[in-house]
Write a new protein. Structure first.
Length: 304
């Protein structure tokens, strides 16, 4: 009976993913127009995109290297391969569960369980960065006239978020928790220094800036809008909404192409161009790194 329920659940998930693909990724009014818009992207755009993606994932690799430095030393090259491997595996499981499973392939067996806390810490900090930039952006996109409100919200977010992180850090460092599993997490996090946390926050913010800037560049070049601040607000809104999605490769494809249409609300004549820009950004920043990560997985398995 249990096996039948698991099989039924798998079928339901598969059908759900197929529906997501149909609804957000395939079911567009004029797929030929989207393909035509994609073919207009020049080689220079591709080169800039690959360079941006390398910087983006390089910053993530450096962050991962810093997060696990108390557990094990990883050369930057190995940390980079570990990060891309985690990206490839995370696209199989929802909510980036597979990210940890992929990254620990390059760690010693005794360090793999403690590294889970480090991975969660890094992902949480990246989510907080997306939230800090995303919440004011949502207000800006909702009503372009409320610039004073948006500025106040942005300042509040930039002050409150580090303060909350400091309070959490202090509680973990000095608190006395009851449950054994939480004490284990507390012990692992106690190994982090303030310098590590601050450096991780800085790298997360830099990575977010690189990630968003390339998307804005593509949208600007495609003529979606000429107002740079508006484009940054829209991209920040899209990224924030994506942060709370399951994060699987197939569903991500739909969300990363469907959400820009919802956020930017462009005329029908510009929808194919906007979709093409979203797909191009998706291929450069997620699909190609995932393929590279899959290649590293195969190489790692062959070596073993």
């Amino acid at each position: 009976m249990q096996k039948k329920l698991i099989a039924a659940a798998k079928i339901a998930v598969t059908l759900g993913l197929v529906w997501v693909i149909y609804r957000y990724f395939v079911h567009i009014d004029n797929p030929r127009a989207v393909w035509t818009a994609l073919t207009q992207f020049s080689g220079i755009w591709l080169c800039i995109g690959i360079l941006s993606s390398c910087i983006n994932w390089g910053l993530e690799a450096k962050k991962w290297q810093i997060l696990i430095q108390q557990l094990e030393y990883l050369p930057f090259k190995t940390a980079f391969k570990s990060t891309l491997t985690g990206t490839a595996v995370s696209n199989i499981f929802p909510f980036k569960v597979g990210e940890y499973l992929g990254r620990v392939m390059y760690l010693s067996p005794e360090n793999r369980i403690p590294a889970a806390v480090n991975s969660i810490a890094g992902s949480t900090i990246q989510l907080l960065v997306s939230t800090v930039f995303g919440i004011p952006a949502i207000f800006s996109m909702a009503d372009q006239g409320k610039y004073r409100w948006v500025g106040t919200a942005a300042i509040a977010a930039l002050i409150i978020t580090p303060l909350l992180m400091f309070l959490v850090f202090y509680a973990i460092q000095h608190g006395n928790f009851k449950y054994a599993w939480f004490k284990r997490i507390q012990e692992d996090i106690r190994k982090f220094t303030r310098k590590q946390f601050l450096f991780t926050i800085l790298l997360s913010a830099l990575r977010y800036g690189v990630f968003a800037s390339f998307y804005v560049y593509i949208l600007y070049q495609c003529g979606i809008a000429q107002n740079i601040s508006y484009l940054y607000s829209g991209v920040a809104t899209v990224y924030l909404l994506q942060s709370f999605a399951p994060g699987m490769l197939i569903t991500d494809a739909g969300l990363r192409t469907g959400l820009p249409l919802f956020v930017f609300q462009v005329p029908a004549t510009m929808q194919a161009t906007l979709l093409a820009a979203a797909i191009f950004n998706y291929i450069i920043n997620l699909l190609l790194p995932s393929v590279a990560g899959l290649f590293f997985i195969i190489v790692q398995k062959i070596k073993k």
